[in-house]
Write a protein that binds this ligand. Structure first.
Ligand SMILES: Cc1ncc(COP(=O)(O)O)c(C=O)c1O
Length: 355
């Protein structure tokens, strides 16, 4: 993609054994000849395919609904749609985008628990029926704007083992489940399942085990109240780094917890909303170092004697946290640049990765 705009991209096939790094080198040379050092992003659609292959192999019972918010570049969405995935959309804009690339509304979940009424009406008129909720006001809103919606109750789970916590803002506490279901009944709304999100960049697989057990508890409450729930949505939070075996470990824990709490003969359909898992390592941002400066750290005299090297080099790049590096603002995000010197200007390659 050039100009770092999702609308501005080219798609090509790498022939004759050429790799993504070869392509990046050629692109840098091409830009240099045009007297440009503008940043650009290269995506590997192959990598999306490999990720999906891994997902279906490791989590065969869990149907992924890709979280469009994570990266809504049309080639990514088209590739994932072609692979047969569903989409998790969080707004009217995302639903519109998904529909524009031919996604079937039956394969979408409107997974935001707080929705503007006009967005709910948009979902209704375009056949997007599955949507989440976690509070009574939302139920009221949905009953007025999409009375035939198929509702998924999002519960709050422990997200303390995640880099980006979400459960302060989203999810109903287990103690409130019966009250919410009662209200859904009064409004004649159909509740079909339970969802959760353990938080993005989850680093402890046991968070999923506990969350699946909590979801079982919510199912049991619903069953006692006469609801027949059939969908469990285990959200996002999966690591997308290629060099990590975390996904293997997580899938083992998830499969075992599903077997224990939602065995196949329970008839419950299991879905998930992976975002970063699919796209985190598929994208490489290439930016150039446009300036550098030597800085001297403040050290006390004693330190200075012991460690004479208190000078560091500061590099200034032509993209940053107001652009493609927004994720660097999250506390647990680690940016691991690969430096490369080229003829005209020094470029920085970055696979945007995190710990
Ligand atoms: C409701 C919902 N689903 C899915 C995701 C994707 O999460 P992740 O990228 O951690 O897989 C998010 C991320 O914020 C989310 O809010």
């Amino acid at each position: 993609m050039s100009g770092l705009s999702p609308e501005c991209f080219d798609i090509g096939i790498l022939n004759d054994g050429r790799t993504i790094p070869d392509f990046i080198d050629d692109k840098i040379n091409e830009l240099s000849l045009k007297d440009s050092e503008e940043p650009f992003i290269v995506a590997s659609l192959d990598s999306l395919y490999m990720k999906h292959l891994k997902w279906v192999t490791k989590l065969p019972r869990v149907k992924p609904f890709y979280a469009v918010k994570c990266n809504s570049t049309p080639p990514v969405l088209k590739m994932l749609r072609a692979l047969g995935m569903g989409f998790d959309c969080a707004s009217k804009g995302e639903i519109k985008l998904a529909l524009s690339i031919g996604m079937n509304p039956d394969k979408m979940i409107y997974a935001h628990t707080i929705k503007p009424p006009s967005h709910i009406r948009y979902a209704c008129t375009h056949g997007v029926n599955m949507m989440t909720f976690d509070n009574e006001d939302e139920l009221q809103k949905i009953s007025l704007n999409h009375a035939k919606a198929k509702l998924v109750l999002r519960i709050a789970v422990d997200d303390s083992k995640s880099g980006r916590r979400l459960n302060l803002k989203f999810g109903a506490r287990l103690e409130t489940v019966d009250k919410l279901l009662e209200r859904a009944k009064e409004l004649s709304l159909e509740v079909i399942g339970v969802s959760f999100h353990v938080g993005s960049m989850c680093f402890d697989s046991l968070a999923f085990k506990q969350a699946i057990a909590d979801a079982r508890h919510a199912f049991d409450i619903a069953n006692l109240m006469g609801f027949q729930l059939s969908v469990l949505d285990i959200g996002g939070g999966y690591c997308g780094r290629d060099d990590s075996n975390k996904f293997d470990e997580f899938s083992e824990v998830i499969n075992a917890a599903l077997e224990e709490y939602f065995p196949p003969d329970s008839g419950v359909k299991v879905i998930a909303e992976p975002g970063q898992y699919y796209v985190e390592s598929s994208f490489t941002l290439v930016m150039s170092v446009v300036g550098k400066k030597t800085i001297t750290d403040d050290v006390d005299e004693q330190d200075d004697v012991e460690n004479k090297c208190n000078k560091r080099m500061m590099y200034y790049m032509n993209d940053g946290v107001y652009g493609s590096l927004r994720a660097c603002l999250y506390p647990n995000f680690k940016f691991e640049p690969h430096l490369k010197r080229v003829n005209i200007s020094p470029f920085v390659h970055s696979n945007m990765q995190q710990l």
